[in-house]
Design a protein around this ligand. Sequence first.
Ligand code: SF4
Length: 165
Amino acid sequence: MLEGLLSKEECAGCRLCCSFESYDLLDTPTVTPDAAEKILKEHLPEQEFFGSGGSYIMKMKPEPDSDIHYCPLLDHRKGCVMGDAKPFECRIWPLRVMKRGNSLVIALSPLCPVISRKPAELIRQKCEELADAIFAEAKACPALVKPYTPGCAVLCEENLHRKDK
Ligand code: SF4
C-alpha cells in the first residue's frame, strides 16, 4: 500500500491486492530470506514457501468452493499482519518495478480500483519521490523486478530519471 496516497481505510475496504486467483499465484509478493524468517518466527510457524536462491513466494490455499487465494498474512479484520515490514511489492503497490528493454521502470498497475480515483499528478509526484529508493531496492534483489506487462502505465524510467537530476 502506497502510504501518503492510499489510506488504511481505503485499502481495508478493498484488499484486492492481497487476494489471488490460480492464474496469478506466481505473481504473489516475493519474500526475501529475512522476511521468510520473520514470517515463520513471528506469524505463521507452519507457512510453506516455494523458491530458492534468496527469494521465495508463499504457498497459498484457495477458499472453499472458490479460486480465490487470500494471502496467509492477511487478517480479515485488521489487514496485513506484517505492518511496516510487509514485502517490498506490497509496500509500493500499486506501483510495480519492471524491466522494459534494458531499463528498469516504475509502472502503475491498472488493477487497483482506489488509485484510479486519485489525481494523476499526485501519483506522479509520489512516484518521483520514491523512485531512487525503489530502484535501489530492486537492484539489490533482482527477484523483485518483473517483466514489463503491457497495459501498465510507465511513470518513471531509471535512465531518464537519472538524466533529469
Ligand atoms: S504480505 Fe500483507 S500486504 Fe502483502 S499480500 Fe500479504 S497480506 Fe497483503
